[in-house]
Design a protein around this ligand. Sequence first.
Ligand SMILES: [Ca+2]
Ligand SMILES: [Ca+2]
Ligand SMILES: [Ca+2]
Ligand SMILES: [Ca+2]
Length: 400
Amino acid sequence: MTGNLRRQHRGLALVTMLAVVVLLASAAGAESGGDGRHIVVFKPWFTDKVQQQAVIHAAGGHANRALAIVNGIAAELPPGIAKQLARRGDVERVEVDAVVHALGGKKPPKPKPPPQQPAEQLAWGVDRIDAEWAWATARGAGVRVAVIDTGIDKDHPDLAANVAGGVNFVRKGRKPANSSAWDDDNGHGTHVAGIIAAADNDIGVLGAAPEASLYAVKVLDKRGSGYVSDVIAGIEWAVANGMDVANMSLGGDGDVQSLREACDAAAEAGLLLVAAAGNDGGAVDYPAAYPSVIAVAATDAADAVPSWSSRGPEVALAAPGVDVFSTWKGGGYAVESGTSMAAPHVAGTLALALSAGVGSDLCSAADDLPPAGIDAVSGCGLVDAGETVTGVLNYGDDLP
Ligand SMILES: [Ca+2]
Ligand SMILES: [Ca+2]
Ligand SMILES: [Ca+2]
Ligand SMILES: [Ca+2]
């Protein structure tokens, strides 16, 4: 993200400081799994992972995973242990490991895979942002996009060419997560992946950046739910593995300081973070609300922002998120709505911009939506991949 967008973001974030302080008061009541999952963050000088784990175990807790990016440990703690640990001199803080959800449609469809792959179509969203006009210049080749989600259907005929790898952080019970089990058991992550980079191959759909490399970072389970600690692990993985862009079509109400710090550290390391603003029409969800993350609102085919698209000064951009046709697990396709579908249009546009070498400022090319100027409903406006890459103001092929 360029300084421009980030500065605007920071300025707006300052304006809402008061509101954030009020929200923080309720963060303690963030939705948790009710299973004692916490994030224990240690003092900066106490970095030995083995000794950190020993502290957790000595207190009667179970260490699930080291979270190096925040110098912490994701742990299960019996009742009362969190407060006890927080009082230690070598512990910075203990946080509830809040729950996050996929921000797709309200009822996930269960489409059957087609008997044969459908003829390729340019879905309205990719068309609306004029990604197709960028393709003569750039197609996202060489850009690595992490899809932090439910996984990706790795052998989907419209995705396989671009799926370059992945990792799983979802654990079942106390068993360590099987890191290679990142195939999508929900469908949501596959839908998101198709919007970013479904291949140009005569079948299915076309992603905004049809030659970008996709990496499945599975942090949400088959119901589309997950934990903040796994999202942090996913962000850490994205940085360690040289990802350029990370798409997070997920969120929750819990402002967890460790998630904020992980996003800040990743952005500082050069990772472009994109997240869905939220689907409850209220305040922007976390992690989208953090200043280091590009929060994306949804639009429909008439460029209107639906009432359920979350809003606030943190919204950076808007993108198509209503009745979006894309890939689904099992080699199928589905129509889905949500800010989950909007965010990947922006992630794909970033992939185009990076492969074109035009920087990552998406704000100046975005098409302003009412009310005039940057606003809390659509941010800078509707993302414009065509103009971002080519500098041409308007192709005029699909204006409503
Ligand atoms: Ca178009
Ligand atoms: Ca295709
Ligand atoms: Ca424009
Ligand atoms: Ca506006």
